[in-house]
Design a protein around this ligand. Structure first.
Ligand code: TXA
Ligand code: MG
Length: 313
């Protein structure tokens, strides 16, 4: 891990900060694996992550911060979180906590969940980069979907040649962070990592709950607790029924009492950015249901359709 920050690295960090402020992506060195980072508060920036990774579904993302004080602006900390943050942050540990709505984290980043995954990475360059920003970064591993997680800047460059990658040397851990869910009756490990069950239990002074069936490890993006609207969703509609709100896409001639167009110009990335906030807005007892126009099943449209199918079943 690089300790001294030389001139060219300092310049790369400055460039990366400008790119992130504009709503674009960069390659982020962390002690675990390299991340593909975007402004966590911007739906359009987050949509670019899913496009570039070619993710077939909206897996919720981890938000990265400098320290626990920053994290507390975005989630409700509990005693377990205090103990674990004191013991392991900054470091390879991600905590799942209840999200503060006023924090403004992109609904797309959390795939509509009411919880948020948070961590403070230890890598000095990640710390330096985050210190110069007034927003947290969401960052999945910087690899195309279903390929290996990158542990050097060159790995990231091989997959995404046009991305600015801050070179922080080879990752010292080389394995994704341990994820601990602190929102249940007992803390539970959702993804194993270099911090083991007994490390976590010792820091908490209690025994962890059994890892539940549907962990992100076993079923990435298939979390049970995905947000689903409380009214029925009808997909691939050609007509709006009485009392339904309309979730439209592209130009059309349909008429409804309430409509949100995900992208009037039929831009799939824009549609992805708007999806969760649109569903939340149309999810009202004033409507009998939500009629959803067909969305092309290509590129990020696959993730949009996957999400809509889940929300309608
Ligand atoms: O070490 C790491 O954690 C790396 C570096 C870049 O920080 N990041 C990483 O992100 O591994 P990613 O997107 O590849 O994995 C995130 C995992 C997924 O399995 C996702 O389902 C889970 O975290 N996750 C995110 N938010 C969650 C939430 N609110 N509840 C439960 N699981 C969540
Ligand atoms: Mg990954």
């Amino acid at each position: 891990m690089q300790k001294e920050i030389n001139h060219s690295t300092a310049l790369a960090i400055e460039r990366a900060q400008k790119i992130l402020q504009k709503g674009d992506l960069i390659g982020l060195p962390t002690e675990t694996v390299y991340g593909l980072a975007a402004n966590a508060l911007s739906d359009t920036a987050v949509a670019k992550i899913y496009t570039l990774k070619e993710r077939p579904h909206f897996n919720p993302l981890i938000a990265h911060f400098t320290n626990a004080e920053e994290v507390k602006k975005y989630v409700y900390f509990n005693e377990w979180a205090e103990s674990l943050a004191k013991a392991f942050w900054p470091g390879p540990l991600t905590l799942i906590l209840e999200k503060k709505k006023e924090g403004g984290v992109s609904l797309l980043a959390t795939a509509g969940l009411e919880t948020l995954a948070v961590r403070a990475p230890a890598h000095p360059l990640a710390q330096r980069l985050l210190q110069g920003l007034d927003f947290p970064l969401v960052a999945p591993s910087a690899n195309p979907s279903e390929s290996l997680s990158p542990t050097t800047a060159q790995h990231v460059k091989n997959s995404f040649p046009n991305l600015l990658v801050i070179d922080g040397g080879p990752c010292t851990v080389g394995l994704e962070s341990t994820i601990v869910d602190l929102t249940g009756d007992k803390p539970v490990i959702l993804r194993p990592g270099i911090l083991t069950k007994s490390d976590i239990e010792n820091a908490l002074g209690l025994q962890l709950g059994e890892t539940c069936e549907n962990t992100p490890l076993k079923a990435p993006g298939q979390l049970k607790r995905h947000y689903a609207p409380s009214i029925p969703l009808r997909l691939n509609i050609t007509q709006v029924n009485d009392g339904e709100a309309l979730l439209s896409f592209g130009p059309h001639h349909l008429i409804a009492p309430k409509e949100i167009n995900l992208s009037p110009t039929a831009d799939l990335e824009e549609a992805a950015a708007n999806l969760f906030s649109a569903l939340a807005e149309l999810d009202s007892p004033h409507h009998k249901g939500i009629a959803v126009m067909p969305i092309p099943k290509e590129g990020i449209g696959l993730a949009i359709n996957d999400r809509l199918n889940r929300a309608s079943s």
